[in-house]
Design a protein around this ligand. Structure first.
Ligand SMILES: [Zn+2]
Length: 452
């Protein structure tokens, strides 16, 4: 089964077909909230149906959508699921130089909200389905596995009308052994692709409320048990607290592999130190990685104060003030242990901690699976220079729900991005390079082939 067995001219045609789909998807606004993903869902359903692929158009709630499609294989092996979400985050229109919902191409980039999060994958997943169906139509041979396409709503707001709804109501329709989703990175630096981070696990998000209490009173009579002042002290202590460093198999392998290819020497050495297992070297490396917040965040639980409230009048000392801590715990970490450490750091009995919401802890996807091996060999086919490395993502994705449903899930985001490109995700002038889109398309197709 060869879906990427195309002449250069055919490849060019297929790439422009994919670009056309991505532009169409970007032009259907699906900013969440409110979502309104149904328009995107109808488009995808229509394209799949016209290609002769069995697809379901579902409506989890008015205006929300889901699309599930399945191309049948011989059934010799478990199915492969391609997942992407249809909703996007909002835009600050005046800060964009390009129109955020036009899908314009300028200087080799396709611009628009969702270009990399996550309509790019929606388009390449769709194209992989179309190419596989055409290959089946042309040759009459079926792959070993079913290929399943799933487009969800509501990823950007917790997945109640998205992955969670699909797993609750259509579990059998998305049954699969492996899944590919967003959540990884192909890091571009100095004009070349350095590594492809394959997300195999993710941190677990919690919201914890810290409340400080004290006697109220008239503001004209200041006193030092003021709840706002107590909260400020507590937050200042939390800010200077660092959670303990913890390496897992995934982060050790990540730093060890990336250290071999990273272009800058100081960071390269720090990564090798962290992965070395030697206590002194680990501490030395971690101190340097501390300067890079995104890398440091993979080594320990992260705590960010994000909301604050307190007070009722300018001339009244309030009895209560509260802040929200957004805590991202490493897999396997107990939030109660984190809170116990914070209580020790704050050391003030008038300050209370309460867990308001908890994410879903999920098992890591194995590095020994056929899917992980397929991703590695597919990458080598598309770009022999780039190494695949396992990755723990600090952000949460739909993959946690799939992992808990017994599907080994690997996070890709298969488009080579510089750090600047990546910073545009959820930011202004989000874009994907046309070459990067082509890379992602052929990588997705190569993975499908490797697993077929
Ligand atoms: Zn996303």
């Amino acid at each position: 089964m060869k879906i990427s067995d195309l002449s250069p001219a055919d490849r060019e045609t297929v790439l422009w077909e994919t670009i056309g789909h991505l532009q169409a998807l970007i032009r259907i606004e699906s900013v969440n909230p409110p979502g309104n993903e149904i328009g995107v869902a109808r488009y995808l359903h229509d394209v799949l149906q016209k290609a002769g692929i069995d697809a379901q158009l579902l409506e989890p709630a008015p205006g929300r959508g889901a699309v599930i499609a399945r191309i049948k294989g011989t059934g010799a092996k478990g199915a492969l699921l391609l997942l992407a979400h249809m909703d996007v985050v909002g835009v600050e229109r005046e800060k964009w130089r390009q129109h955020p919902f036009s899908g314009e191409i300028a200087d080799g980039y396709l611009y628009g909200r969702g270009a990399i999060d996550d309509k790019g994958m929606l388009a390449t997943n769709l194209q992989a389905m179309l190419l596989l169906q055409r290959a089946i139509d042309a040759t009459g041979t079926r792959p070993d596995r079913d290929l399943v396409f799933l487009a969800t709503s509501d990823e950007e707001a917790g997945g109640k009308f998205g992955i969670r709804w699909v797993l609750e109501h259509h579990r059998e329709d998305v049954a699969a052994e492996f899944a590919l989703n967003e959540g990884g990175r192909v890091r571009m630096r100095g004009g070349r692709n350095v590594y492809a981070a394959v997300q195999c696990a993710e941190k677990v998000p919690y919201n914890v409320i810290v409340t400080a209490r004290g006697p109220g009173g008239h503001a004209a009579t200041p006193h030092d048990r003021n709840a706002i002042v107590r909260l400020a002290h507590a937050l200042s202590r939390i800010a200077s607290h660092q959670e303990p460093l913890q390496l897992s198999d995934i982060t050790r392998e990540f730093f060890s592999s990336v250290s071999a290819v990273w272009p800058e020497e100081d960071l390269r050495e720090a990564m090798a130190d962290v992965a070395s297992g030697d206590e002194k070297r680990v501490a030395r490396g971690a101190a340097i990685l501390r300067l890079s917040p995104s890398l440091d965040a993979t080594l320990r639980n992260g705590i960010s104060p994000t909301l604050i409230s307190g007070g009722i009048r300018t001339n009244v000392i309030p009895t209560e003030a509260a802040a929200t801590l957004n805590i991202r715990a490493l897999p396997g970490e107990s939030i109660d242990d984190v809170i116990r450490r914070l209580q020790g750091v704050v050391d003030d009995p008038s300050v209370e901690f309460r867990v308001r919401s908890s994410g879903t802890p999920a098992p890591a996807s194995p590095l020994t699976s056929e899917a992980y091996a397929a991703i590695r060999s597919a990458l080598a086919r598309v770009d022999a220079e780039v190494v695949a490395v396992p990755f723990l993502s600090t952000g949460a994705t739909d993959s946690a729900a799939l992992r808990n449903a017994g599907i080994a899930c690997y996070g890709l985001l298969p488009f080579p991005l510089t750090e600047d490109d990546e910073a545009r995700m959820h930011g202004h002038d989000e874009r994907v390079g046309v070459n990067a889109l082509a890379f992602g398309l052929w990588l997705t197709c190569a993975i499908v082939e490797e697993l077929s």
